[in-house]
Design a protein. Structure first.
Length: 150
């Protein structure tokens, strides 16, 4: 019985330590996360992000991946695609203007990223957003799966 209690305590202590480490990592990269939320279309090099967190680029990359589960580039792309869906559904902006606002070099580049992320073209979502209810639009895209995937 003592052995079982010791193992349970050790595993719960390890879990608490992991949670604490994750919070510390998230706190350390918070300036970068806030910057990206404010300007998802801006360019942010790993070296600039590392300076914002007062660390080396290699340390920042490792820390960022541990905290978010993805690289800085993958995180930025996910953030941009999430914002793209919001803009397509809530504004009358063209796909080309949304692409440029989100930092893509052109609409073709944006379309490739969008199709990789959601399995469909943004123009179909744009057309559908004017004709079908939001619940049905969401069925076209598995946005929640995209957002929750690492």
């Amino acid at each position: 019985m003592l052995h079982t209690l010791t193992r349970a305590f050790r595993s719960s202590s390890q879990e608490r330590a992991k949670v604490l480490q994750a919070r510390i990592r998230a706190t350390r990269i918070q300036p970068v996360l806030e910057h990206l939320q404010k300007d998802p279309g801006g360019r942010l090099a790993v070296s600039a992000a590392a300076r914002m967190c007062a660390t080396s680029p290699a340390s920042f990359s490792r820390l960022f991946k541990l905290a978010t589960g993805m690289t800085l580039g993958a995180y930025v792309n996910r953030l941009r695609m999430t914002r793209a869906i919001q803009l397509i559904e809530t504004t009358d902006d063209t796909i080309a203007s949304i692409a440029l606002d989100l930092g893509f070099s052109d609409q073709s580049h944006f379309n490739r990223h969008f199709r990789r992320s959601f399995g469909t073209r943004p123009v179909l979502i744009e057309a559908g957003s004017r004709r079908m209810p939001a619940s049905e639009r969401r069925d076209l895209l598995d946005v929640q799966a995209f957002l929750s995937a690492p």
